[in-house]
Unconditional design. Sequence first.
Length: 183
Amino acid sequence: MKILDKIYSIFTRKEKAVRKISEETGIPKSTVHYHKHKISERIRSSKTDFWETEEGRTFIVRLVIGTIYMFALKSGGGAGRLREFFELLNLEHYTAVSETTILKIINEVEDLILEYKKYQEAGIKSKVEKIKVILGVDETWFDNMYLVCQELSSGYVVFETPSDKRDAETWDKHIKKTFDLTS
């Protein structure tokens, strides 16, 4: 049994004596008493015991990940702003809200998204032998020249890359690299 599960099992056994809970979980009596006291304090400060339940813990995980996805990854909000948001919701007792921890979670979510992308792409590549694409190519200038390649039937931008040249050889190199046509 993981320590977190043991700690939460203390709350679900609130009608039992500290000694009995200690025997059942293998946690020292002083630790059981400490955690029961901390749980009571959290309930008193948040005015609800919902967060101490399995449903509450699941909701907090969804809330934290959803908030990080929407406000950090999609909207560019920082860890400090997210910490403030979680503190406004009085969730600092139930989830780690330090900026360092939030940054770690942001990085983990980004890594999982990229891992999911690779997994999905591998599945697509294994099912599809050849895809017919109609490419349109053009150059555009902002601060530098960019080569832009778009699949015309779907409107999907295949790549957009800065370049000093726009000759056929340069285009060919970028298209082969993008579609992995090295063989």
